[in-house]
Design a protein around this ligand. Sequence first.
Ligand code: HEC
Ligand code: HEC
Length: 289
Amino acid sequence: MHSMKDRRGTDLRPAATALLFLAMVVAASGAHAQIPDTFTNLKVLPKDISKPALIETMRGFSTALGEGCDLCHSEKAGGEHGMDFASDAKHEKETARLMLKMVADINGKYLSEVKGVEPDERVTVGCITCHRGLAIPHTLAETLSLTLAEKGIEGTVKQYRELRDKYYGSGAYDFGDRALPSLARSLAKSGKAADAYAILDLNAEQYPKSPTSEFTRGEIQAEAGERDKAMESLKKALAISPGFEPAKRRLDQLTKGESGEREKGPGSGSTAAPAGGKSPASAASSAHP
Ligand code: HEC
Ligand code: HEC
C-alpha cells in the first residue's frame, strides 16, 4: 500500500473508510442475515471462498456499478420473501461472471507482462476501474451523444444538468471544462454545427471563466470558413483569459490569413490548423492553465 502511495501520490485511506461505511450500512440493513453460510452455484469464484470474502466481493461489485444486489440477483420464486442468490435468472449475473474472467485475464495475462514495474507496484484493474459507479460505463460524451440522437439538443442539455446534479464529484463522469467542448468538436465534424454551438453555450454557462468554450467555438467557425466570427470568438476567449496561448496562435493565423492565405478555396480552413500535426484539442489541453 505505501508503495502505491509513493508512486501515484494517492492516499488510499478514503476508499477504506468508504468500505467500512458500506459494511456498517449493509450490516445494519439486515442483508447479512439473508446470506446463506454455504454457496451452491459458484462457477468463477473459488468454491471454498469464505463468507466474509464473498460478501466483500459482492459489495465491491455493488459499489463499482452503483447498484444494489438486485442488479444481478433475483427475488426468490413463488412470492417468497428475500433474494435467491444462487439463481442465475438474471442475465446481468452471467455478464458479471464474464467480467470476472475478463478482469482476471487483464491482470494475469496482460498487465503482469508490463515491463519496468516492480511486482509490488503493479496497478490492479478492478470493476471500478471501468465502471466508476455506473452499471454501463459510458463516458459523458457517449451518454450525451446517444441522447442527442434520440431526443435532440433540449433533452441532451437536460440530461447533462441531471447527471451533473447526481454525479458531480463522484468520478463517474468527467465534468471538467473540456469534456463538452470535445463533444462539440466531434458534433461539428459530423456536420451538426448548431448542436455543437448549443453544447458550447452550455459549457460557457457552466464555466464562465474558462476560455475553452469560446476557443472551441472559434475553431469550429474557422474550420467552417467563418473567419470573422471565428476571430470574434477567439477574442472573447482572450478577454476571459488573456494568456491563453492556443487562442493567441489561432487568432494570429487567422489575422495573417487576411493578407496572404485567403484565396485557397474549399479546404482552406484546415490549412489554418496548428502546424506540426498537433490537433487543436491537444494543443488546447497542453497549454491550458
Ligand atoms: C454485478 C453483479 C452482482 C452484484 C451487484 C452482486 N452480485 Fe452476488 N454474485 C454475482 C455473481 C456473478 C455470482 C456468482 C459468482 C460465481 O459464479 O463464481 C454471485 C454470487 C453470490 C452469492 C453466492 C450464491 C451461491 O450460493 O452460489 C451470494 C450469497 C451473493 N452473490 C450475494 C450478493 C449480495 C449480498 C450482493 C449485494 C451486496 C450481491 N451479491 C451483489 C454477481 C453479483
Ligand atoms: C475493462 C473495462 C471493464 C471492467 C474492468 C469491468 N467491466 Fe463490466 N462492463 C464493461 C462494459 C464496457 C460494459 C457494457 C457492455 C455493453 O453493454 O456493451 C460492462 C457491463 C457490465 C455489466 C452489465 C450491466 C448492465 O446493466 O447490463 C455488468 C453486470 C458488469 N459489467 C459487471 C462487472 C464486474 C462485476 C466487474 C468486475 C469483476 C466488471 N464489470 C469489470 C467494462 C468493464
